[in-house]
Design a protein around this ligand. Sequence first.
Ligand code: SF4
Length: 433
Amino acid sequence: MKKSVYSICGMCTVRCPIRVESENNKVTWIEGNQHILGGALCAKGSAGPALVADTERPRQPLIREGGRGAGRWQKVSWPTALDYISNKLLKIKAEHGAESVVLSSRGGPWQNMYKTFIHAFGSPNYTNHDNTCGRNTHHASLSLNGVGIKGFIYDIKNAKHLVLFGRNMFASLRIGENLQTMKMLENGGKLTYVDVRQTMTGLKADRFFQVRPGTDYALILAMIHEIIRRDAYDSTFIDRYVTGFDELSYFVEQYSPAWAAKECGIKEKSIHAFIDEIIPVMPKVIFHPGWNLSRYKDSFYASRGLHILNILMGNIEQRGGLIIPKGPGDCGVKSIRGLDCPKPDIKRADGVGWKYKHFDKGPGLAHLFFNAMETEDPYPIKAWIAMRHDPFCGMPDPQRQKIAFDHCDLLVSIDTHYSEFGWYSDVILPEST
Ligand code: SF4
């Protein structure tokens, strides 16, 4: 029997709306939801049927037989695997406290389910992959705007100029945003792309600044410098909403386009030409502050700089600018996300929220648990359940991580495939696709 159902792609963080066709319970076709994405989908999403049909992914629970990472597994039934995990967890809870269990997940719309489990068990230690994804730009936004990465959405379709720093959106990212960008270009909008390498997005851009690696922040500082020097910023917005503008002006005085040109390896006159072009179309200019902006010391400041440029454009809550998303709370209704179990009132083992007060609590920072594993400070960590999350692939130095994870009595991987972490775990539970 043929069926057509609407669903959500789970192959990456974006979770595009999709339409899936199946015949006799086998997926035969996946495309973007016609009503929202006009049928478009990226290569990963289109490859969804291959994941479902993959006979080499875990198809039943496995319990480790040999040493960790030796690759010797016993196939077991679901009740056997769940009993094994429950008994271990209860023993760990009795010996070290419930807080010694960490659960990490991919995050996303289902995370409240995972949080409910770990919080109900008695541990505050839920975390996710975000320490190696959007946390950097999240904290950058938070430090300036008081709201994090999800505090703005981008009205790209109605913008006149979009500026992307290393955001190779046309390669395989955010179909909806890509369609908006294509629409903007069709309507005569411009795209400026900044990267150390040429990409699919750079090829479609009107201007490509190929900067030297590690100098994107220099270019951003020069843009801020020049907008302020020319008095081109939205002074009404600045007067009303911004503090510290004089300090900013003083700080960027030294970072002229001539200075940045030498740092970045691009022409000074190209920076001026870019500024000439954006001023007449303000506030419909969007500087995308990045999501996973390349990680090095300056990237936090680069993201802050891009937020500052948006503020100078006066594009907040403007058509073709940055819009503050509205949610159920804006009409006095509680969000469905409020349904999870209250978090136990215990300090997080990663130190976020008490030792590191400047970080947003949220899912904490996964890499900061390794120290707690090794030192048992503030308390021991004895179990880690990774749900659609691969710490070894997501974070640096897997060998070092293994030394830390060896302090745990239980490692569980719940995933659609054999991850690196799964291979090192004690139990693998096959996750539904
Ligand atoms: S961008 Fe691609 S992989 Fe990600 S959710 Fe959309 S279709 Fe799926």
